[in-house]
Ligand binder design. Structure first.
Ligand SMILES: C[S@@+](CC[C@H](N)C(=O)[O-])C[C@H]1O[C@@H](n2cnc3c(N)ncnc32)[C@H](O)[C@@H]1O
Length: 329
């Protein structure tokens, strides 16, 4: 494997518990208490983590919500939907087993409350695991979840062209309840959709949904190929103009480099054809996916076991048609 491909393989799913600690502090201290306080007990609190990778971000958010619901003594059911186009990452997220090194990011109190320690690893306990449903889903092509109180889509939009970014943001606007909250990654913004999302914190990329979707503006499926994929260098603005961090820039350059590398594209074809066999709709799916594997895998053995488990339990996703606007519920 070339060093570029290896580096891309390691970086693409990069994630960690409580990544961007200031954003998580704001969530824990203001945003989540407000959501829990305003929520009525007659329906579940619904969260969608799009581009969840191996689950760390999802479990971080779920821990904060469970803590706040308990602290506020509210009888609210939490439903967290977490999705990623990468089935291997989703399988690892479902397994919920992480290396001991997560103790650097997860406090001892949370480790004690939400994890059990086994064989040099931490496993997510039933209360936390039971709050989350993981699924393989392409945000560009599959039905979104709906009636959501919060969507977190962090460090995914940076891989898309501006037109595709805007379409995904309009999809999120449609999927959120009125005044629902949107979290983006530290290098991402809502761009010109400032009439759809107002900042709760510009610095931490936390927004509130405002306004209403206009008929016909949410275009399903968003599609793939040249219009959707990452393209720097190319037609996008230079990364410096978008405030992209060195790490994210490295990922994007590696992706751009690998798209001109014949062995890299062969890898994509193999991967996507394997994926489409189990999901149907082969033609468009293959070209819309970003290749990637987990950087947080515990071991080759456990990964290959979980992969086959993940594939066998996965349900096929229905395609969204522009006329029928199906949504996951
Ligand atoms: C850099 S990781 C970010 C993980 C996590 N959100 C975080 O910020 O820690 C980006 C993730 O987006 C996923 N992804 C890329 N394109 C996607 C798409 N079209 N639909 C769903 N997930 C996608 C990748 O598989 C990868 O796991």
């Amino acid at each position: 494997m070339s060093s570029k491909l290896l580096a891309k393989d390691l970086l693409i799913n990069v994630t960690s518990f409580f990544r961007d600690s200031k954003a998580f502090e704001l969530l824990a201290e203001e945003v989540i208490p407000d959501l829990v306080h305003r929520h009525t007990s007659d329906r579940p609190l619904r969260i969608w983590v799009a581009g969840c990778s191996t689950g760390e971000e999802t479990y971080s958010l779920a821990m904060l919500f469970l803590e706040e619901i308990a602290a506020a003594k509210r009888n609210i059911k939490l439903q967290v939907f977490a999705s990623d186009v990468d089935e291997d990452a989703v399988a690892l997220a479902r397994e919920g087993r992480y290396p001991e090194s997560i103790a650097a990011d997860v406090s001892p109190t949370r480790l004690a409350r939400f994890f059990t320690q086994e064989d040099h690893s931490y496993r997510v306990m039933a209360e936390l695991r039971g709050a989350v449903v993981f699924t393989a889903q392409d945000v560009l092509a599959d039905p979104p979840f709906s009636r959501l109180d919060l969507i977190s889509c962090r460090n995914l939009l940076i891989y898309l062209r501006p037109e595709a970014q805007e379409k995904v943001l309009l999809l999120f606007h449609f999927a959120l309840r009125e005044s629902g909250v949107l979290l983006l990654g530290s290098s991402e913004t809502v761009g010109r959709l400032d009439d759809r999302f107002e900042p709760i914190s510009k610095a931490q990329r936390v927004y509130r949904q405002i306004g209403h979707s206009r008929p016909g503006e949410v275009d399903f499926p968003i599609g793939s190929g040249a219009g959707a994929r990452t393209l720097w260098p190319g037609r996008m603005r230079p990364p410096a103009a978008q405030g992209i961090s060195a790490r994210d820039l490295t990922q994007r350059l590696l992706l751009a480099a690998s798209s001109t590398n014949p062995s890299a594209s062969k890898g994509r074809v193999d991967r996507s054809s394997r994926r489409t066999t189990s999901r149907g709709s082969p033609s468009s799916r293959g070209s819309s996916t970003l290749p990637g594997r987990s950087c947080r895998a515990l071991s080759t053995n456990s990964r290959s076991q979980t992969r086959s488990k993940g594939r066998s339990t996965k349900k096929p996703c229905r395609r969204m048609r522009s006329s029928s606007r199906q949504t996951k519920s």
